[in-house]
Design a protein around this ligand. Structure first.
Ligand code: 3PG
Ligand code: MG
Length: 376
């Protein structure tokens, strides 16, 4: 038990019992081939704990966003095949989101899910910010617990929120300020420094009066950015130089032409900011080197295009080189450290994107709350 949430040891004897395990096997799949099976492997400690103690295990997951309709494109078949290799004998139900009642948290669907099962385990950290039937329903009726992965994610992320070793440096990127505003505010409450890169930095730069050319920009967020800059000037770090893609250029298409050039904080008309420049990367690296706790969420630029990966790569390297406790908040930054071969150099890579942000922002998740109030 931690944060009031029951764990596997708190369950009644599992021997001979049928256990429904909600997992997040929402893995990238292309042409039937799994791109990264991290989320499947991450559930094995829980599955094996149950199997070793004589339980029968049925797993259930969503996959993609099929919008309540059965769609072969979102079938769990490739995941089921991988699971059969990693944990033979463990069942996997078909995609929960083939049923509109999953996202609608329909009570009759909850009964359908739990029928024939004695116990419920939630190990789906990445989906625990969703108040969907399979996440919040079963704990009302079955003795329930958090699996190992969920418990570990909560321990790391709430630990970082509640009692981080200082200095605590948070790094945010990604395209939209509006998506990250809640977490930026939460991070400013707990972190000592906040580094801002990625597409969202241009709305901040615009708020400072810089010209941002054709870069990503959210006009409705300018006042909020200006206010954050005014209140936290000494703790907020913005890029001091920018890599721009010139007129006519296209992302992911070097053949389209378009010049790539470094600028200071101002871009000419017609240019789009696509990465932080080398000066920013060095300055951010200096801040990161001093950190004893690091949380990184969101790339510094369009790192999936090799022309614009340098900024994200430098930050990934700085995080990897740190001797502090480093946490990657899932999603694109996790993909970036994997792409650069640095995944083993960070302390914790969260399996949740949206879930990790919401946990840091709110300090709780619907899935955790449901377990806390579960029938034991
Ligand atoms: C994720 O990949 O972020 C989780 O599996 C949740 O998926 P969702 O954003 O479609 O709810
Ligand atoms: Mg998501």
């Amino acid at each position: 038990m931690q944060f009031g949430v029951p764990e596997l040891e708190d369950l009644p004897d599992v021997d001979g019992k049928s256990v429904l395990v909600r997992v997040d096997f929402n893995v990238p799949i292309k042409d039937g081939v799994i791109g990264d099976d991290l989320r499947i492997r991450a559930a094995l400690p829980t599955i094996n704990w149950l199997l070793e103690r004589g339980a029968r295990v049925t797993t259930a997951t969503h996959l993609g966003r099929p919008k309540g309709e059965a769609n072969p494109k979102y079938s769990v078949a490739p995941v089921r095949a991988r699971l059969a290799e990693l944990a033979p004998g463990v069942e996997l139900l078909e995609n929960l989101r083939f049923h509109p009642v999953e996202e609608g948290n329909d009570p009759a669907f909850v009964q359908e899910l739990i029928a024939g099962h004695d116990l419920y385990v939630n190990d789906a950290f990445g989906a625990s910010h969703r108040a969907h039937a399979s996440i919040v329903g079963p704990p009302q009726f079955l003795p329930s617990a958090a699996g190992r992965l969920l418990a570990k994610e909560v321990e790391v992320l709430l630990g970082l929120r509640d009692d981080p070793a200082r200095p605590f440096v948070a790094i945010t990127g990604g395209s939209k300020v509006s998506d990250k505003l809640g977490v930026i505010n939460a991070l400013l409450d707990v972190a000592d420094q906040l580094i801002i890169g990625g597409g969202m930095c241009f709305t901040f730069l615009a708020a400072q009066g810089h010209s941002i050319g054709n870069s990503l920009f959210e006009a409705e967020q300018v006042d909020i950015c200006r206010d954050l800059l005014a209140r936290h000037a000494e703790r907020l770090f913005l890029p001091e130089d920018i890599v721009g893609l010139g007129p006519g250029g296209k992302l992911f298409d070097p053949a389209a032409g378009g010049e790539v050039r470094n600028f200071g904080r101002d871009l000419p008309d017609g240019w789009m900011g696509v990465d932080i420049g080398p000066g920013s990367a060095a300055a951010f690296g200096d801040v990161i080197a001093e950190a004893r706790t690091i949380l990184w969420n969101g790339p510094m630029g369009v790192f999936e295009d090799p022309r614009f990966e340098a900024g994200t790569r430098s930050v990934a390297q700085a995080v990897a080189d740190s001797r502090g406790f480093s946490v990657i908040g899932g999603g694109d930054s996790a993909a970036a450290v994997a792409q650069f071969g640095l995944a083993d150099e960070v302390s914790h890579i969260s399996t949740g994107g949206g879930a990790s942000l919401e946990l840091i922002e709110q300090g709780d998740l619907p899935g955790l709350d449901a377990l806390r109030r579960s029938a034991q």
